[in-house]
Design a protein around this ligand. Structure first.
Ligand SMILES: C[S@@+](CC[C@H](N)C(=O)[O-])C[C@H]1O[C@@H](n2cnc3c(N)ncnc32)[C@H](O)[C@@H]1O
Length: 234
């Protein structure tokens, strides 16, 4: 993990996590619908215990109820932020399964020498922070870390086809300003600044091409709410 990444992560958690929790509570990024669908996907694996790697897990609060219900035998959460993983450890402390956390950059974690593979790799609203080159490396590394019957469940924001990044950012931030009503003006300014500084989502087509180049043969959008999507790859 670079010093810059560490600083960004610390900043994100100390300054914006409360705002992010309000965004989740307001369901402005469609966490409720999307995580219900993730639950349905995981349920299909319930007949046998399975392992789950969560990349950019944050405080793991959204996955917590799913981990309680589903037949997950081993959960590994990876995040840049020590603060996030401390909260995640508190949320998951009473689960009857093997839980591990790793403070790391998710790309570094995936690419390091480690023979472990996972039945399910999940990433929620984290991939759009990576550069195009990093996204390519990320998908290649995810494919290598899946068991033969494994799947990658990706939740993220995507630009519309033909929509350039500045136009996406204007449109997304415009919607935030008019629809994310429970945020105070200060919180809204903070959230918009964060999106404009750190969000670099690609189009679905771009990610689909990168996934295909990485060796994924199945790629399906299961849910879409404006720019927020749930994708299943295998
Ligand atoms: C918007 S939060 C999403 C949290 C949770 N996965 C969810 O779906 O609500 C993004 C998380 O990704 C983490 N993150 C961003 N870039 C990362 C990276 N390169 N490596 C590891 N974690 C990263 C942030 O620290 C943050 O916890």
């Amino acid at each position: 993990m670079t010093a810059e990444a560490q600083t960004l992560s610390h900043q994100f958690f100390v300054d914006t996590w409360t705002v992010y929790k309000k965004i989740v509570q307001g369901n402005f990024m469609f966490h409720q619908e999307i995580y219900q669908s993730v639950d349905r996907l995981l349920k299909e694996r319930d007949p046998a215990p399975f392992s789950l790697l969560d990349l950019g897990c944050g405080d793991a609060e959204n996955l917590h109820p799913l981990l309680l219900r589903r037949n997950v035998a081993h959960y590994v959460g990876v995040d840049l932020s020590v603060v996030a993983l401390k909260l995640a450890a508190e949320h998951l402390q009473n689960l009857q399964l093997k839980v591990e956390f790793q403070v790391d950059d998710m790309l570094h974690f995936l690419e390091q020498e480690d023979p472990r593979t996972f039945d399910v790799i999940f990433s929620g609203f984290a991939l759009h922070h990576l550069s195009p080159t990093e996204k390519r490396r990320f998908l290649i590394a995810v494919k290598k870390r899946l068991t033969p019957e494994g799947e990658f469940i990706l939740v993220d924001v995507f630009r519309d086809e033909g929509q350039h990044l500045p136009n996406y950012l204007d449109a997304y931030c415009g919607k935030m300003a008019t629809e994310w009503r429970t945020l105070t003006k200060e919180e809204m300014d903070y959230a918009i600044t964060h999106v404009r500084e750190f969000d670099t989502p690609d189009t679905l087509k771009t990610i689909e091409i990168l996934a295909s180049e990485a060796g994924f043969t199945r790629f399906k959008t299961l849910d879409q709410y404006t720019w927020h999507r749930l994708i299943q790859m295998a």
